[in-house]
Design a protein around this ligand. Structure first.
Ligand code: GLC
Length: 678
């Protein structure tokens, strides 16, 4: 059952699509209590056995207890354990214990989930203004609650089938030649590949929807040539539109008034990759339609997939911010001059046997001046993504000017919606690949997400795994992390282990930052190990695609925590490093360096499967309980649930080349599998 409570005057976020009549809150809630005066606060005392699920793209565990999380879409590439905000804002939690209650706080600005941080048994959700909708969902189990929530937020985005293949990306590919080298590296080594991602350097001076003509002299031909090799090129689109005279999109946007504005009506300017930019006002339906229509420029050249980036929106600095620092620098210069003058005078006085007072005064000024560079540096650091800047611009929402910080978490959602809505018009019968960095619930209907700038750290394999079911609860099915790690130098074993998890995530992409060690699969010794792991993905695509489609069509989860399937099994509920996938399998990747295997917990008897490097498949039935499984770096493990089986095909170089007639069943003898029928 779903109830919708109205507090104050909520902003219509469009997260929920089901028509549910809102009720004024009468002081009665299934669990917990609400104080909604000027500020809003929900409070619930957690019982020892309560598990708190949800929050989608967030740090830490599948069970969110024991920390504090703030929904405040942030461009922050350091996902260390202490970070409270990442790129998305997914305000849905499930309290699972004696009661099974889902809560969705539909509030587009900063909101805090203190889940036992301040007081270990207290769950507190608070935000500055009491203007929001709270949806309360009760059900038989956490799983049931999650599915009910999924029903009210509308069907999840479905990508084209090729997007289930493997993709290679790197910030730093610049030219046709760079891309060809990648394709040769894969095709030449018989490592399957379906996508090469184009990061910002394909553009002319980082201008959205442009192609650098020197680097890509005949782009449509190049796209076609790649497509003949079954390679889809996926360009990045950034939120900021470069301010440059003569750049049509900039000029059109200014003329039509489609950029975010300052209070005085002028266009707000922020520096991002292209230098000074304006942000398209994607919360204004007209501006959204206009910005979305621009994707056609690249689609007309054969492009059929995009990734939307920097859409928190990320700001390096604003005009106002720079002016603030300029002021500080001026003050510093003035103080320094004064100090030097005073010192000069002081020295003179000293030589003239002068007095103490002048010396003290000059010392004081000098100290002040010395302190200023630190202040200037700290001011400079604070310019990036500053909360002050988010208060400096406005959206035109149906004629009403809404200050950005009040709706901050909706920007990435609406940038991606701009593209998704445009695709429905431009290519109504075609699925277009689309995923975003920033998001809010509701965006899951238009695109997927990748989890942003992680690092080549072993702990981030586990973070990747833990985020997946939480994202599914919030509607995001087509998701994945930068495999191999984005920031810092990677290692061969890390890439292999991470790929063995990536085999199962709908978005399987290797991506790395500029300046880091090259991590394409063909860059390492014993390329055959990489070839094998990626080939396993392609063998599993008929199954993974079928389960993805079932989850999307039935508002179900593709990845589930073990506790959703075995809610009465305490050990299963506590398991944070294994996941259920679809109806048939459980995954348990190795995420520890130098480990030759790992412990797994089987809530019931299962068949342990290992895809061996020689192409054979190792099968062993293991009873319920704890087991140590050996998994070499070049093996891919998974488990098939008792009495079930999964279809597997022969490997292929691309999704289009998978031969469905080679499909065989793997698993329990006599079991049947129902393939999703399109
Ligand atoms: C951002 C993105 C990253 C991309 C980079 C350059 O950091 O998150 O994926 O490579 O910008 O465009």
């Amino acid at each position: 059952m779903v109830k919708k409570y109205v507090f104050g005057e909520p902003f219509e976020t469009d997260a929920v699509v089901a028509e549910i009549a809102g009720e004024q809150f009468g002081g009665n809630l299934v669990c917990g209590e609400i104080a909604a005066d000027k500020e809003f606060c929900f409070r619930y005392t957690m019982k020892d056995a309560d598990v708190i699920y949800g929050l989608g793209e967030a740090n830490r565990g599948i069970n969110k207890r024991g920390y504090i999380y703030v929904s405040n879409c942030s461009d922050d590439p350091d996902h260390s354990e202490d970070k409270v905000s990442l790129y998305g804002a997914h305000n849905f939690i499930i309290i699972s214990g004696a009661q099974q209650v889902g809560l969705f706080f539909d509030y587009p600005s900063e909101i805090t989930f203190d889940i036992g941080y301040t007081r270990q048994d207290l769950l507190e959700v608070r935000c500055k203004r009491a203007d929001l909708y709270v949806y309360v969902i009760t059900g038989e189990s956490a799983y049931d609650v999650a599915k009910q929530f999924r029903k009210i937020i509308g069907k999840s985005y479905i990508p084209p089938k090729y997007a289930f293949g493997f993709g290679q990306s790197r910030w730093g590919y610049k030219t046709e030649k760079d891309i060809e080298t990648v394709v040769e590296g894969y095709r030449g080594n018989q490592i399957p590949l379906d996508m090469v991602y184009m990061d910002i350097d394909y553009m002319q001076d980082f201008k959205d929807f442009t192609i650098n003509p020197e680097r890509f002299p005949n782009f449509p031909d190049f796209v076609k040539k790649m497509q003949q090799e079954q390679i889809h090129l996926i360009p990045i689109i950034d939120a900021g539109v470069k301010m440059e005279k003569g750049y049509d999109i900039y000029e059109e946007g200014v003329e039509k008034g489609y950029f975010c504005k300052r209070e005085d009506g002028s266009d707000f300017a922020a520096a991002v990759w292209p230098g000074w930019t304006h942000f398209p006002d994607v919360l204004n339906p007209k501006a959204r339609e206009w910005f979305g229509s621009k994707y056609q420029i690249l689609m007309d050249q054969g492009i059929d997939g995009f990734w939307n980036d920097m859409n928190e929106p990320a700001i390096f600095y604003s005009k106002e911010g720079v002016e603030g620092v300029n002021q500080a620098v001026l003050v510093y210069a003035e103080e320094l001059t004064k100090a030097q003058e005073a010192k000069g005078a002081d020295n003179k006085e000293h030589s003239d046997c002068g007095n103490n007072t002048a010396s003290e005064e000059s010392e004081d000024i000098l100290n002040k001046a010395n302190a200023l560079p630190a202040e200037v540096r700290s001011r400079l650091e604070k310019l990036q993504n500053s909360p002050e800047d988010y208060k400096r611009f406005y959206h035109n929402v149906n004629g009403k000017m809404v200050r950005h910080d009040l709706v901050h978490n909706l920007y990435g959602f609406n940038m991606t919606r701009a593209a998704g809505e445009a695709f429905e018009k431009i290519a109504p019968n075609k699925r277009i690949l689309l995923f975003s960095r920033s998001s809010y619930i509701g965006m899951h209907r238009y695109g997927g997400i990748w989890t942003g700038d992680n690092k080549s750290w072993w702990s981030h394999i586990l973070l990747n795994l833990k985020m997946m079911p939480s994202l599914n609860m919030c509607g995001f099915l087509y998701t994945g992390a930068d495999l191999g790690g984005f920031g810092v130098h990677t290692t061969r074993d890390l890439v292999l282990r991470w790929l063995a998890l990536g085999v199962f995530t709908p978005l399987m992409r290797n991506h790395a930052a500029l300046g880091t060690r090259e991590q394409e699969c063909y860059q390492f010794e014993k390329i055959e190990d990489f070839r094998h792991v990626i080939r396993v993905r392609y063998r599993l695509i008929p199954y993974l695609y079928s389960e993805f489609m079932k989850a999307a069509e039935n508002d179900d989860l593709y990845f589930k925590p073990l506790g959703f399937v075995y809610p009465l099994d305490k050990m299963a509920v506590q398991t944070e490093d294994q996941l259920m996938l679809g109806n048939e399998i459980m995954i348990a990747p190795v995420y520890v360096q130098n480990a030759g295997g790992r412990y797994v917990y089987l809530p019931e008897e299962m068949k342990f499967i290992k895809f061996m490097p020689d192409g054979s498949i190792y099968e062993e039935v293991l009873p319920q309980g704890h087991h140590y499984i050996e998994v070499a770096l070049n093996e891919v493990p998974m488990f098939i649930r008792k009495g079930k089986c999964v279809p597997i095909a022969e490997a292929a170089q691309s999704v289009a080349e998978i031969d469905e007639t080679t499909i065989q069943m793997l698993g329990y003898e006599g079991a049947e599998y129902q393939m999703f029928a399109e």
